[in-house]
Write a protein that binds this ligand. Structure first.
Ligand SMILES: NC(=O)c1ccc[n+]([C@@H]2O[C@H](COP(=O)([O-])OP(=O)(O)OC[C@H]3O[C@@H](n4cnc5c(N)ncnc54)[C@H](OP(=O)(O)O)[C@@H]3O)[C@@H](O)[C@H]2O)c1
Length: 182
């Protein structure tokens, strides 16, 4: 696939590396913006406060499938139900929320795990196939939590993830599996 990632930091740069290794064509953009006209999917991995600015500097995003990976550490903005809804309001295509509760610092350790770590995602129907493929190609097992209406739940979940992290575990993987598949 042809993937444009907004953000080339821990998440954007890290996912770009993983997806390139899986054979995708990836363009990772920073503060200078760029062009996403050829992209099959646009992935948003910038600070939540920069979503509108970052998308405003990238040409050709309109109507694309979008995956929002952002977190709002102080809660999401007031205008939108969630950050993913904010992305949807700008891009306008089928939208998913994913990668926001998976630690970028340990992307390089994914292949060394006993079983594939999980990655919780919410998505509109027309974004599910792309989201699942990119989650798998990054090395995770996708776990569907429902439509985009569940994005606020995924964004709130970061609080629990940080609490576990700071209670002593540090960056961690998680796995959600059916009995017999653990
Ligand atoms: N770190 C994690 O483990 C993690 C996990 C899940 C989700 N998240 C979320 O993912 C997002 C990115 O986190 P990160 O750790 O990857 O951050 P980061 O390493 O600081 O990278 C941020 C990227 O966003 C770009 N950026 C900042 N302001 C911008 C603007 N106004 N317009 C365009 N691009 C802009 C930066 O561009 P330049 O390269 O030009 O500076 C940089 O490439 C955040 O919403 C974060 O909450 C983080």
């Amino acid at each position: 696939m042809n993937i444009t990632v907004l953000g080339r930091g821990n998440v954007g740069g890290g996912l770009a590396d993983l997806w390139r290794k899986a054979g995708h064509e990836v363009t990772a953009l920073g503060s200078d913006g760029g062009d996403a006209s050829d992209a099959d999917v646009v992935v948003v991995a910038v600070p939540s406060s920069a979503i509108a600015d970052a998308l405003g500097k990238v040409r050709g995003v309109q109507g694309k499938v979008a995956i929002d990976a952002t977190n709002a550490l102080g809660g999401s903005g007031e205008e939108h139900e969630s950050l993913a809804h904010q992305v949807k309001s700008i891009v306008g295509g089928p939208t998913a929320k994913s990668f926001n509760i998976n630690f970028a610092r340990i992307y390089d350790q994914i292949p060394a795990q006993r079983s594939r770590p999980s990655n919780l995602y919410a998505a509109e129907d027309d974004a599910r196939e792309v989201a699942e493929r990119l989650i798998r190609d990054a090395g995770y097992d996708p776990v569907y939590v429902g439509g985009l209406d569940q994005a606020p739940l995924l964004e709130d979940h970061i609080q629990l993830v940080f609490a576990i992290n700071q209670a002593g575990l540090g960056p961690f993987f998680y796995r959600i599996a059916k009995p017999g598949e653990l």
